[in-house]
Each structure stands twice: as structure tokens, then as C-alpha cells.
Ligand binder design. Structure first.
Ligand code: SAH
Length: 267
């Protein structure tokens, strides 16, 4: 009898943002297959007898081709094991959980999905940027700034997203931020639109940087920001002047943000 594979979201980093279901499954799993973005504290919740298999990739460099990860999951399930496939954030948001679920179906392995707090939601919440707000934004878009390197062209026509009046949240956007922001401006989004980078959100290393669409790429690079980070673009970013509770709590910085302000929770 095949065991079940649970595709489980580990959330953005703060272990308290794990769901109760994820926590229970970590305690009962025979094997846990995890990525590098999963916080070390969360891995301590894995039961003592469970096999831990790291299949992460770091900085875009593959440690394990996707095919091999799927084969590992299927192999463990065929041994009758209860398997947790633990992923950062939510498994179905830029996490390749969809591909893994399809492979499990094709192999006849039963699976379930446990959603997690995706990093854009968590980063915005901790940074004090309500993704929607009656006065500022009625829509949110999640985009990836880094697509499959094997794709010849970007599937994202960035210029189109300039016209939505939505809050834009960009995952994996740091490497291509200059191009992305330039294309949004070309599409008609004003260069002085508020923009932010939120790095290592919800963890002890949480940092956030507020600037404008026209300047964020250069300024955040100069300030040393990098992955893992979420880029938030839109009017709601300015609310962080008042609402940036997490970084302020840790750093006790002044409540007033300048046009280019950085708050670092470890400062
Ligand atoms: N499935 C994940 C996303 C995986 S893609 C989710 O739902 O969140 C990896 C990207 O997620 C990173 O490059 C970064 O853009 C974002 N990310 C993950 N953890 C983050 C964190 N703690 N703070 C900011 N961004 C994070």
C-alpha cells in the first residue's frame, strides 16, 4: 500500500506562522523532504525517528532536479511511508507544488495539500503594508521576477501590470529588479509610485526598505538588499510609515520614514 504524501507549506520563517496541521504532520511523518527556505526551528518539530531529506536549491543553483525530487517522493510513498514534502510559504505559490502533485497523481500515490502563509502575505503584514485598503488598492497581484531559466522569453508582459491600479507583489525579483521596474515605468506606472523591498520577512533578520519605483532597484542594491525578498509596489507601501510594527518593535526606530528608509529588525 502506498503511503500518503502531504505537500505542506512551512510559512515564511517565523515558526509560529506554521499551521496546526503542518505541525501535527511533522510530528508523525516517517520522512520529511524539505527545501532550504524552511527555517531551522521548524525542522526541530520533525519527530525523532523520521528520515530528513534535503532537496533545496540555493540562489537559483539547483541541488536536485525537479524530476529527482518527484522520484524521491514517489519512492518513499511506495515504501508505505507517510511523507511530508515541506516547502517555504505555500506549496502552490511559486513552489512547484503543482508539478509535484501532478507527478504523484501520475504515479498513483495519494496526496494532500496543506496551505501555508505565503511570503508576500507575511512580508506585507509584518512590514505594515495592507495589501488591499479601501482608500488605496482593491486588487493584489503575485508575480515572479525569475522564471524558468529555460524559457526563451519572459511570459510576463510587465508593461500590462502598470495599468491595473493593483498592489504588485514580486517574488524572486531582486536579480531582475532593474529591468522589471523599468518596464513598469515604460507601461505607464509613475516613477514616484511607492515601492518596497522586504527581506527575510518575519525572521530575526527581517529588513525592509522603502523607496519609489524609479529608484528602488539601485537604492536597495546599494543598501545591500538581496534574496529572499518580496518587492511590493503600490500606494499601500506608504502606510508602512505608520504601520511598520515588526521592524519598529525590534529596532525602536523613529516613526517617520524618509523617501528612502530602511528598517532592520536586527539593528
Ligand atoms: N512558496 C513560497 C515561494 C517560493 S519562491 C511562498 O509561498 O512564499 C522563493 C521566493 O519567496 C524568494 O525568492 C522570495 O521572493 C520569497 N520569500 C520566501 N521567504 C521569504 C521571506 N521570509 N521574506 C521575503 N521573501 C521570501
Amino acid at each position: 500500500m502506498n503511503g500518503t504524501v502531504y505537500l505542506v507549506g512551512a510559512g515564511p520563517g517565523d515558526p509560529e506562522l506554521l499551521t496546526l496541521k503542518a505541525r501535527r504532520l511533522l510530528g508523525v511523518a516517517d520522512a520529511v523532504v524539505h527545501d532550504h527556505l524552511v527555517a531551522a526551528e521548524i525542522l526541530t518539530l520533525i519527530g525523532p525517528g523520521a528520515e530528513k531529506i534535503f532537496v533545496g536549491k540555493k540562489g537559483g543553483a539547483f541541488c536536485c532536479p525537479q524530476r529527482n525530487i518527484e522520484d524521491v517522493l514517489i519512492g518513499l510513498a511506495r515504501e508505505g511511508k507517510t511523507v511530508v514534502r515541506l516547502k517555504g510559504g505555500d506549496p502552490f505559490v511559486f513552489g512547484r507544488g503543482g508539478e509535484e502533485a501532478e507527478a504523484l497523481v501520475a504515479a498513483g500515490v495519494p496526496f494532500e495539500v496543506v496551505p501555508g502563509v505565503t511570503s508576500a502575505l507575511a512580508a506585507a503584514a509584518y512590514a505594515g503594508m495592507p495589501l488591499t485598503h479601501r482608500a488605496h488598492s482593491s486588487a493584489v497581484v503575485f508575480l515572479t521576477g525569475h522564471e524558468d531559466p529555460n524559457k526563451p522569453d519572459s511570459a510576463i508582459h510587465w508593461e500590462d501590470y502598470a495599468k491595473l491600479g493593483a498592489t504588485l507583489c514580486i517574488y524572486m525579483g531582486m536579480k531582475n529588479l532593474e529591468t522589471i521596474t523599468r518596464r513598469l515605468v515604460a507601461g505607464g506606472l509613475a516613477p514616484d509610485t511607492p515601492a518596497a523591498v522586504i527581506q527575510s520577512a518575519t525572521t530575526g533578520a527581517h529588513r525592509q526598505f522603502v523607496s519609489t519605483l524609479g529608484r528602488i532597484a539601485l537604492e536597495s542594491e546599494h543598501a545591500g538588499f538581496g534574496a529572499p525578498a518580496i518587492v511590493v509596489i503600490g500606494a499601500v507601501v506608504n502606510l508602512s510609515e505608520k504601520l511598520a510594527w515588526f521592524a519598529k518593535k525590534a529596532a525602536s526606530v523613529p516613526a517617520v520614514a524618509t523617501s528612502a528608509s530602511e528598517w532592520n529588525s536586527t539593528a
